[in-house]
Design a protein around this ligand. Structure first.
Ligand code: AMP
Length: 394
């Protein structure tokens, strides 16, 4: 059993909370506060319940070195602005000073620790390091879904030191939505998969092939499947090492899931030639051009399927949405998904690039759920158990 945050008595307790403040920072300012906002419900609940909070997170990949560019200070400032209250900060997560600050918290204060990954022991799940971290709190809450697929000191090692441990509201929401979609979906269940390459999503595709009613493929990964069917794809992105895997996936889906591929693409010579982009049918793409977005015929076919689906799970953009001119496939799918959400279709957007895309289109709030964790949501949806979640079991 994993305890929910709402089952704890938190009055005057010190809650050590692992959050995911791995946010983009430019010129010492947070440029996208999506992940910080996602942690607010748990933080605010603890404050209301009379607890003091010690927050810990990683940011980027400093590889065990102190790197001021990856300091959590800007994240702390954003949090202070959002909560409209001051926040204490320690520049080393396990120093004596940091422990003293945690022990002296009173009357609903927050203490943010500096980037955990300034110590290489964090990613090594080092025992001494996790013991030091544990000293900060009396209750441990994990609300960092984005790192739940990694076994690190702050989300796995540390849990051994707590009899009072559980999950925050963000983790609870992620688990609820992602497992509901996979375990007992309202059908038709449609899985939309895009993005650059097959290999990072291999487990998910294999898991859903044969289980979903429709699988709509887009993005760069479509070309490896099309090539595996013997189609010509011009200069588009193909992963030759994945051709036989692609064939295996198509065989697995046969007769159970309708695996659907694009029939046309928006093509150009390169990413900076979006002004000269043209639509080509699959098989007709000239050798010097590459497909960089799904075409209008594909879009309208995919939109129809979305309309008749009851559960939709989407991971990976349909094209190079970052470049104007190659964004339309991703945008139109996102808009239709937002429309059907109003009609009680369960719509789930799986992390990373796609969350950035729907944010860019101003649609972030329009889906049933936007997952904060790219890798973690992929693993969970692929039927794997996440080490950081497993560690919370009592
Ligand atoms: P992933 O991390 O695998 O979800 O890939 C996301 C990336 O795939 C985005 O940055 C897109 O620009 C890229 N992408 C989408 N469609 C294509 C395409 N047709 N060719 C090349 N890259 C693509």
């Amino acid at each position: 059993m994993i305890k929910s945050l709402k089952t704890f008595d938190l009055k005057d307790k010190r809650v050590l909370m692992r959050v995911d403040f791995n946010v983009p920072i430019e010129n010492d300012r947070v440029t996208d506060d999506f992940r910080i906002k996602a942690a607010l419900p748990s933080i605010q609940y603890c404050l209301k319940a009379g607890a003091n909070i010690v927050l810990m997170s990683h940011l980027g990949r400093p590889n065990g070195q102190i790197d001021p560019e990856m300091s959590l200070i800007p994240a702390g400032e954003t949090l202070a602005d959002l909560l409209e209250m001051p926040i204490k900060f320690s520049d080393d997560c396990i120093s004596e000073d940091a422990h003293d600050v945690s022990l002296s918290l009173r009357g609903g204060e927050i203490h943010l620790l500096e980037n955990l990954r300034f110590h290489s022991e964090e990613t090594k799940n080092d025992t001494v390091f996790s013991t030091q971290l544990a000293k900060h709190g009396q209750v441990y809450i994990n609300d960092a879904f984005g790192t739940a697929h990694r076994a690190h000191a702050s989300n796995v090692g540390v849990t051994k030191h707590f009899s009072h441990k559980g999950m925050g509201f963000l983790v609870e929401k992620e688990l609820q939505y992602l497992s509901e979609a996979m375990n007992k979906p309202d059908r038709p269940l449609t899985v939309i998969l895009g993005g650059a390459k097959i290999d990072t999503k291999l487990n998910l595709i294999t898991h859903v092939a044969g289980m979903a009613d429709y699988i709509l493929i887009g993005g760069g990964m479509a070309f490896t499947f099309l090539k595996a069917q013997g189609r010509e794809v011009g200069n588009s992105l193909v992963d030759p090492s994945m051709l036989s895997t692609a064939k295996g996936i198509m065989a697995r889906a046969r007769g159970k899931s309708k695996l659907i591929f694009p029939t046309d693409f928006v093509c150009a010579e390169s990413l900076d030639k979006s002004q000269q982009a043209e639509i080509y049918k699959v098989g007709d793409i000239p050798n010097h051009l590459m497909g960089l977005d799904i075409g209008p015929e594909t879009i309208s076919r995919y939109l129809e399927i979305i309309l008749k689906s009851k559960t939709i799970l989407w991971n990976g953009p349909m094209g190079v949405f970052e470049v104007d001119g190659f964004h339309k496939g991703t945008e139109k799918i996102a808009k239709r998904m937002a429309d059907v959400t109003v009609n009680e279709t369960l719509t789930i957007i799986g992390g990373g690039d796609l969350a950035a895309a729907v944010n860019k289109f101003g649609l972030m709030e329009k889906f049933s759920h936007v997952s904060t964790g790219g890798g973690a949501s992929l693993e969970l949806l692929s039927g794997k158990s996440l080490p950081a979640i497993y560690s919370l079991e009592l």
